[in-house]
Write a protein that binds this ligand. Structure first.
Ligand code: PLP
Length: 412
């Protein structure tokens, strides 16, 4: 019989990682098939935790379904782009225009397209560590090189502008910021944003601002849109702002996001033509979900009820922080925004050599699923991320399980 060679994956994928949905999630699925109940604290997906979309979004989509059967314009339907432009106008970008808005199947698709359109082989992108790992994976897949700048756990997980600048080379094309941050929960103050804009301006870098959690902040902290800082500082940094419906409006499954381009667009004409080509090649974003955008942005902003004291997200974030802080050898910065905590395990007490094995053991023993720090391109094995989406009782159960696991781990 003739011997055939195995079908193998492209070498392009060789260094592409997205471990949040990798082997640990597969192990959780295996345990579930074997009849175990797993408490999932690994993905920032609001709906399964009982967060419902505002009814106006659902009703609009249902009403629009009959008219949403065909492809739309690749950039997105006009009414939704008007709504997004108005959203940025009310946030201070009075010049925002529907033509500056591009709609996508979630921010994820837009991150990939923006980087594919930008990067040649070996071009560098400055990305925070820890990061939302799609930024690193999509940079690598696009042929670029992710260069990580380290956020400082001892300084609210903020980046250090000097360190960012020290990593710039003549191949650096763009600076990515994630604010509010996944996985750390950090929200950057104006001075940090100004320093980042200033770096982009002096080194002629594109600023890529992932602000998908901009409406999820606590204790009166406000997330400032980087594009407004860039505009106030002279409007000479080409900025792409990313956001969408997945988190604030709790419809991650609809796959609905946008980008807003601002700054010296006349210098980015050729780039935007490339981006448009990629958008054309994928036809358009899911059309019913594009209709959800206007309803979401124009309706009652119910996220505010969830993040204020007594709101569910606020209470859960506090409960998770309190419980983790009480475990010996666990150091955790409370989140100013987003849906996550990124605790550190003291290496003197918990000397972990492989954080992925550590979280798999936690999963097998306690049936609690979290993500290991290295999945976020973090530099040591002493961190893990959990989501603060579960109800308080579920968090109590889960963090109680983590505490029990850690107590055993110490005495091994
Ligand atoms: N950016 C960040 C920082 C995220 O945390 C996520 C999802 O968790 C995304 C982008 C992707 O969002 P979307 O559902 O719009 O693709």
């Amino acid at each position: 019989m003739q011997e055939f060679e195995e079908f193998t994956q492209s070498p392009k994928l060789q260094n592409v990682r997205y471990d949040v949905r990798g082997p640990i999630a597969q192990e959780a699925a295996r345990l579930e098939r074997a009849g175990h109940r797993i408490t999932r604290l690994n993905i920032g997906n609001p709906a399964p935790f009982g967060f419902e979309a505002p009814d106006s979004i659902l009703q609009t989509m249902i009403k629009e379904l009959p008219t949403a059967q065909g492809y739309s314009d690749s950039q997105g339907i006009y009414s939704a782009r008007v709504a997004v432009a108005q959203y940025y106008q009310t946030r201070g970008m009075t010049e925002a225009d529907p033509d500056d808005i591009y709609l996508g199947n979630g921010v994820s698709e837009l991150i990939s397209m923006v980087l594919q359109a930008l990067l040649g082989s070996g071009d560098e992108v400055l990305i925070p560590a820890p990061d939302y790992p799609l930024w690193t994976g999509a940079t690598t897949l696009a042929g670029g090189k992710a260069v990580h700048y380290i956020c400082d756990e001892n300084n609210h997980w903020w980046p250090d502008p000097e360190e960012i600048e020290s990593k710039i080379t003549d191949r650096t094309k763009a600076l990515v910021l994630i604010n509010p941050n996944n996985p750390t929960g950090a929200v950057y103050p104006r001075e940090i944003l100004e320093a980042m804009v200033d770096i982009c301006r002096r080194h002629d870098l594109m600023l890529l601002a992932d602000e998908i959690y901009e409406n999820i902040t606590y204790d009166g902290v406000e997330a400032i849109n980087a594009c407004t800082v860039a505009r106030d500082m002279g409007d000479d940094v080409f900025t792409i702002t990313f956001s969408g419906l997945s988190k604030t409006w709790r419809v991650a499954g609809f796959r609905s996001g946008w980008i807003y381009v601002s700054g010296p667009k006349h210098r980015a004409k050729n780039y935007l033509e490339g981006l448009t080509l990629l958008m054309n090649m994928r036809m358009c974003a899911n059309v019913p979900a594009q209709h959800a955008i206007q309803a979401a942005l124009g309706g009652h902003q119910s996220i505010k009820d969830l993040i204020l004291p007594a709101g569910r997200l606020y209470e859960q974030r506090n409960k998770a922080f309190e419980m983790l802080s009480q475990i010996e050898g666990v150091q955790v910065e409370n989140a100013d925004g987003a849906l996550y905590l990124f605790p550190r395990l003291d290496p003197e007490i918990y000397p972990i050599t492989d954080d992925e094995t550590f979280v798999i053991e936690l999963l097998r023993q306690q049936k609690i699923l979290v993500s290991h720090g290295r999945a976020f391109n973090w530099i040591d094995d002493q961190h893990f991320r959990l989501v603060t989406l579960p109800a308080v009782e579920d968090l109590e159960h889960a963090i109680g399980g983590i505490a029990a696991f850690l107590a055993d781990y110490r005495h091994q």
